[in-house]
Design a protein around this ligand. Structure first.
Ligand code: NAD
Ligand code: GLY
Length: 370
């Protein structure tokens, strides 16, 4: 993983490389990148391109992307906005659109939107005619710092999130900070949860930078956002380069996610945003780390305070009882034959995978009033 500042005229411009041998790719970060045809074109092999987006993002940015694609045979596929549309049904409709347009194996899909669009387009690209190229243009903070990077693609099933999918890397990622101008506040904060995650799992210095610059990030200061996106992408790229298919260390990227996915599933997709559920999940993981004698009370409190200051929820819904939590957490993809694994913190800035979670102890931790 390398990174550098790549343009003198745009002082938010950054380049991070995901180092995966023949599957390596650049992440371009900056302002106004959607208009920069020169960033997109080198990553498109054939003539056929399909830009996939949803009915919220398309009216905002689709024309700009299509203008940058002048000269290609470009089609558009727009589906309704929402986590509930991250399904095999939507992917199936996309396959039919591509088949109807006679898309062949040199075609490229472009995902324009947040993590829902990116995860689904990546999965469609991985499977259409056994695999075609795709490019990520993430337009939420969460997708710019997390979901567009690292090649996890997939769709939800009623039994759980992202239960069907593939590891499949994009050809490039364009993270245009200017698209964050139109992002609702609640979504910005949800993205901050994943940014804070990188500080907690592997970069204490960044955690302190976030603590000091939280107000600038919440005020959408472009420089602060570009810095946060760059460091987040560097952290993720380094971990993915070590463990692309999550045989080990990559699992630490799931800090807070085992609790968080249980919250999302129990509450119904879309009621709690993914980032909100992860935020509360990270507070719970820190508290559980304290219970295990790993973190001090002050450190666990630091996590709760920082996440609360970011405007994110720090307490799980009281409608989810301990049994429901345990049942949903046992279905987590990290669980081994139903045995729950958690990402815990041995200190601020250092996470590890705990394979020794005792269900009874976890149930006691999750019981009301504790
Ligand atoms: P999202 O894709 O639902 O986007 C959030 C909302 O913002 C949507 O309403 C969307 O239409 C809207 N939006 C997007 N960009 C906008 C813009 N620039 N201006 C205005 N509105 C905009 O949610 P998300 O938080 O981006 O992603 C969550 C999804 O990502 C979940 O499905 C989660 O499972 C997945 N995810 C995947 C990974 C991975 O590694 N693949 C990692 C984290 C999360
Ligand atoms: N979002 C977790 C991962 O990409 O591994």
């Amino acid at each position: 993983m390398k990174s550098m500042s790549s343009d003198h005229t745009d002082d938010t411009r950054q380049l991070v490389e995901v180092d995966l041998g023949v599957r390596s790719y650049p992440i371009h970060i900056g302002t106004g990148l959607l208009r920069d045809a020169g960033l997109l074109r080198p990553h498109i092999r054939g003539r056929q391109v399909c830009v996939v987006s949803n009915d919220t993002v398309a009216p905002l940015y689709l024309d700009t992307v299509c203008q940058a694609l002048a000269g290609f045979d470009t089609t558009q596929f727009i589906f309704p906005d929402g986590e509930e549309f991250k399904t095999l049904d939507t992917v199936s409709t996309l396959y039919d659109h591509l088949l109807g347009a006679n898309f062949g194996r040199s075609a490229t899909l472009i995902a324009l939107g947040g993590g829902v669009v990116g995860d689904m387009v990546g999965f469609a690209a991985a499977t259409y005619q056994r695999g075609i190229d795709f490019i990520q243009i993430p337009t939420t903070l969460l997708s710019q710092v997390d979901s567009s990077v690292g090649g996890k693609t997939g769709v939800n099933r009623p039994q759980g999130k992202n239960m069907v999918g593939a590891f499949y890397q994009p050809k490039c990622v364009l993270a245009d900070c200017a698209t964050l101008d139109t992002l609702p506040d609640r979504e910005l904060k949800a993205g901050l949860a994943e940014v804070i995650k990188y500080g907690l799992i592997n970069n204490r210095e960044f955690l302190h930078w976030l603590d000091a610059n939280l107000d600038s990030l919440l005020a959408r200061d472009r420089q602060a956002l570009a810095h946060a996106i760059r460091v987040s992408c560097e952290e993720k790229a380094a971990i993915v380069a070590m463990d692309e298919r999550e045989g080990g260390i990559r699992a630490i990227l799931n800090l807070g996610h085992t609790f968080g996915h249980a919250i999302e599933t129990a509450m119904g997709y879309g009621n709690w945003l993914h980032g909100e559920a992860v935020a509360t999940g990270m507070v719970m993981a820190a508290a559980y780390s304290q219970r295990q004698g790993l973190l001090s009370q002050a450190d666990a409190e630091y996590v709760r305070t920082l996440i609360g200051r970011a405007g994110l929820p720090v307490i799980p819904p009281d409608t989810i009882d301990a049994d429901t939590f345990i049942s949903l957490m046992s279905r987590d993809k990290k669980a081994d034959s139903g045995r729950i694994k958690l990402i815990l913190l041995e200190q601020l800035g250092k996470a590890f995978v705990s394979a020794t979670v005792e269900t009874e102890d976890l149930a006691a931790f999750l019981a009301p009033g504790l």
